[in-house]
Design a protein around this ligand. Structure first.
Ligand SMILES: [Zn+2]
Ligand SMILES: [Zn+2]
Length: 287
């Protein structure tokens, strides 16, 4: 939800950090690196500070397991497509490009992990060919800059135009810091998903090069850190394309809830994935 208001920020008029007036909020679906819990993080406009709106997780209803609630926004349907964007010359001839392509395909095709999202009226997508961007990213890159870069690459024909019917996974090379307001990757967050322009997209996940701490509770493998982040951001993008407008549990998305009750899980093809909350099962996803 770009520069709007949700029920958790509708009453907030002043920034608690700098005291300036807040016109609106940018909502971003973020996986925290341990210091701040995974949730829909709120960035005040225009000052850019993150405002803590509280955990706000609803109490479990007595007679129903339907914790996840749909707010009416765009959802991922059948026929949607993923494009992996590897930003920078670092990725030329890197074996990880193929490994990541395979992981995205395995996650998307998994009948249980991704197929189970049909309970949320979410379909299965396919993977188009990846693009390696031959200009290197700046050493620090904000979510707004990633969104505007995607728009300019679409306009120049550098990447395919998905027209809102799909999303881009943006992979950053080692040593590049992603920022959300004054927050930096690996310091307070692992990865996130966002939209460049609200319900119009383009929709994207951002995967900084795997952080060495705080983003993998299961193994010491950087690739496992990557697939845990990817699985979570892909799932949350699909079910909540414009953060906060799709399927949410209070101020959390459906994997955020399970991050707070974390269990290590793998899909049948071997990749480590983060669980999502299933209304149908009344529990977090298990293989
Ligand atoms: Zn809000
Ligand atoms: Zn501020």
């Amino acid at each position: 939800m770009q520069e709007g208001r949700c029920e958790y920020c509708s009453e907030i008029g002043k920034c608690a950090v700098c005291g300036s007036a807040i016109e609106s909020f940018r909502h971003v679906g973020v996986r925290g690196s341990g210091k701040i819990h995974s949730a829909i993080w709120h960035y005040a406009y225009p000052c850019g500070h993150r405002i803590d709106v509280g955990k706000e997780q609803p109490a479990k209803p007595q007679a129903s397991s339907n914790l996840a609630v749909y707010n009416g926004g765009p959802l991922w349907k059948d026929g949607y497509e993923w494009v992996n964007i590897f930003w920078g010359t670092y990725w030329n001839n890197q074996p990880w490009v193929q490994f990541i392509d395979r992981a995205v395909e395995d996650i998307e095709k998994n009948a249980s992990y991704s197929g189970g999202l049909n309970q949320y009226n979410v379909g299965k997508g396919s993977l188009k060919s990846h693009v390696i961007i031959q200009d290197d990213p700046p050493s620090t890159i904000s979510n707004q800059a990633i969104g505007s870069s995607l728009v300019s690459w679409i306009n120049s024909g550098t990447i395919p135009d998905l027209g809102g019917k799909g999303a881009y996974n943006v992979f950053l090379p080692p040593g590049i810091t992603a920022t959300l307001g004054t927050d930096t990757s690996c310091s307070v967050f692992c990865d996130y998903h966002d939209s460049a322009s609200g319900n119009k997209g383009p929709y994207f996940t951002c995967e900084p090069y795997p952080c060495t701490t705080g983003c993998n509770q299961c193994t010491s493998s950087a690739f496992d850190t990557m697939t845990q982040g990817l699985s979570e951001e892909m799932t949350e993008l699909k079910t909540d394309m414009n953060p906060g407008t799709g399927w949410v549990i209070g101020n959390e998305e459906i994997c955020d809830y399970c991050d707070a009750h974390f269990v290590c899980n793998r899909i049948s093809t071997g990749e480590y994935v983060n669980a999502w909350y299933s209304n149908a099962a009344g529990a977090c996803w298990k293989p």
